[in-house]
Design a protein around this ligand. Structure first.
Ligand SMILES: *Cc1c(COP(=O)(O)O)cnc(C)c1O
Length: 478
């Protein structure tokens, strides 16, 4: 494709994207298709001869689009969000156009320096301690893995990098922690048997007394505690672990404290939510995802550490072919994590931060939190429903509870309710299990979501619930 054709198709596609954004509500949030349906419409082999963009783009519209789940839909209330935004998309265009591989300063000085600057901005925006420094990773999962490996090296005085494990090290997180902690601990070589899942309290926060007991028990058995992963905003219910208490325990036992705030970290840009960061001065590492609630499209995960020397000592490599004359005075981010090849992710983040400003982002987050409080009130006012967790941010966990059912019946009933809601294709919600109870999660954090979308979805939920309850009632009761 020459630049003349590129220009033509580029303009067409920008128009298509703008129309898509304008008309997003016309699409079902979740496609109604069966596994294998898309594959069956695609050839088994790559084309031998190049094809026209017109044909490729036609297939994109007719084959691919019908199989897309629309995360940017205003009726998106599933999981946590993965927001993009117009400035973020434009930044991503340019990142693709530059095609720079940003492994070291030399391979794109502006990319490295913009990453430093945007991470400093974020650090101040969410109130992280002055001394921490940031680097962009691709995901919270990888950031947590990086933390676990660094903690491992610190605890073993960098001997595991040399000799492999010679003694078991232990890891602690709450039972409500994200699956990436256990996955990361397995990958980092700790072993599943050396991961302690600490019970969560009634608010789904880690119980620090049990944490300290577990650390002491392991020490008594001559095991070496290496890392505690605390969560601000757990995935199931946005529980907030008490950082102050956990931090003091980590300090007393010389254990690495990693803080996972993948979704909720963004809320710390609001003064009224800054309390979640109380005790953050104890953290050795911290992660949150601008690619969740900060309008920067996947992938962009902001990882901060107190001591970059320990991080670099864990991951540094010195192949001759990558040596430069400025290595001692610049950040070579290849040494700040797992990947060598790195995308220029800071650009889209910079576009977002400048385009919205801190105030613009605060307004959005505050509005989502207001809508969640509104929904919470509707649930509390409706006798048929039950709120299942504190609403700290913009996730509301609830269930239908007609008060005459066993826990098992309630679980089945809510499973049916969720299915009937999602089958409409009008909205998309997901579930979790809290203390053995099946719970519907309603997360309000999509950029385009307004009050009317939440209101109409609640109407849909109550309508479906009414219908279910009618079907459920034994005839003799009528
Ligand atoms: C979403 C989430 C993650 C995983 O984030 P990725 O960037 O997809 O790896 C980790 N921790 C928590 C608490 C999350 O909510």
């Amino acid at each position: 494709m020459d630049t003349k054709q590129f220009r033509k198709h580029g303009h067409e596609m920008v128009d298509w994207i703008a129309d898509f954004m304008d008309n997003i509500e016309k699409y079902p949030v979740h496609p109604d298709i069966q596994p294998g349906e898309i594959k069956s419409k695609l050839p088994k082999d790559a084309p031998i001869k190049g094809e026209e963009m017109k044909a490729i783009f036609n297939d994109f519209q007719n084959v691919i689009m019908p199989g897309i789940t629309h995360w940017q839909h205003p009726y998106w209330f599933a999981y946590f969000p993965a927001n993009n935004s117009p400035p973020s998309i434009l930044g991503e265009f340019l990142t693709a156009a530059l095609g720079a591989q940003c492994m070291i300063w030399k391979t794109s000085p502006a990319a490295e320096e913009l990453e430093e600057v945007t991470m400093e901005w974020l650090k101040k925006m969410i109130g992280l301690p002055e001394g921490m420094v940031g680097v962009i990773q691709d995901s919270a999962s990888i950031s947590t893995l990086v933390a676990l490996i660094t903690a491992r090296e610190k605890a073993s005085k960098f001997q595991i990098n040399n000799k492999g494990f010679t003694e078991p090290l232990t890891v602690y997180c709450s039972e409500e922690a994200h699956s990436s902690v256990v996955k990361g601990a397995k990958i980092a070589g700790y072993g599943k048997d050396n991961i302690r899942l600490i019970p969560a309290d009634d608010n789904f926060a880690m119980d620090p007394v049990t944490l300290e007991k577990a650390i002491l028990e392991d020490k008594n058995r001559a095991l070496k505690p290496a890392c505690v992963c605390a969560t601000l905003g757990t995935t199931s219910s946005t529980g907030v672990d008490p950082l102050n208490k956990i931090g003091a325990i980590c300090k007393a036992h010389n254990v690495w404290l990693h803080v996972d705030a993948a979704y909720a970290g963004t809320a710390a840009i609001l003064p009224e939510k800054r309390w979640i960061m109380n005790g953050i001065e104890h953290a050795d590492s911290f992660v949150f995802n601008p690619h969740k609630w900060m309008l920067t499209n996947l992938d962009c995960s902001a990882y901060f550490v107190k001591d970059p020397k320990t991080l670099k000592k864990t991951f540094e490599i010195h192949p001759e072919y990558l040596k430069t004359g400025v290595d001692s005075v610049v950040n070579n981010y290849r040494d700040w994590g797992i990947h060598l090849g790195r995308r220029f992710r800071a650009l889209k983040l910079w576009f977002v931060l400048r385009s919205y400003g801190v105030e613009g982002l605060q307004n959005m987050v505050r509005e989502h939190i207001r809508l969640a409080q509104m929904l919470k009130q509707w649930i509390e006012d409706d006798q048929r429903f039950e709120l299942m967790a504190p609403v700290h941010f913009s996730l509301v966990c609830f269930r239908l509870n007609p008060k005459n059912k066993s826990e098992k019946q309630l679980n089945d009933l809510n499973k049916q309710l969720l299915k009937s809601i999602n089958q409409t294709g009008k909205t998309f919600l997901t579930h979790t299990i809290l203390k053995g109870k099946y719970v519907i999660r309603f997360c309000i954090a999509q950029r385009t979501t307004k009050e009317e979308h939440v209101r109409r979805t609640w109407e849909l939920i109550t309508k479906k619930a009414e219908k279910l309850l009618k079907q459920q009632k034994p005839h003799r009761e009528l």
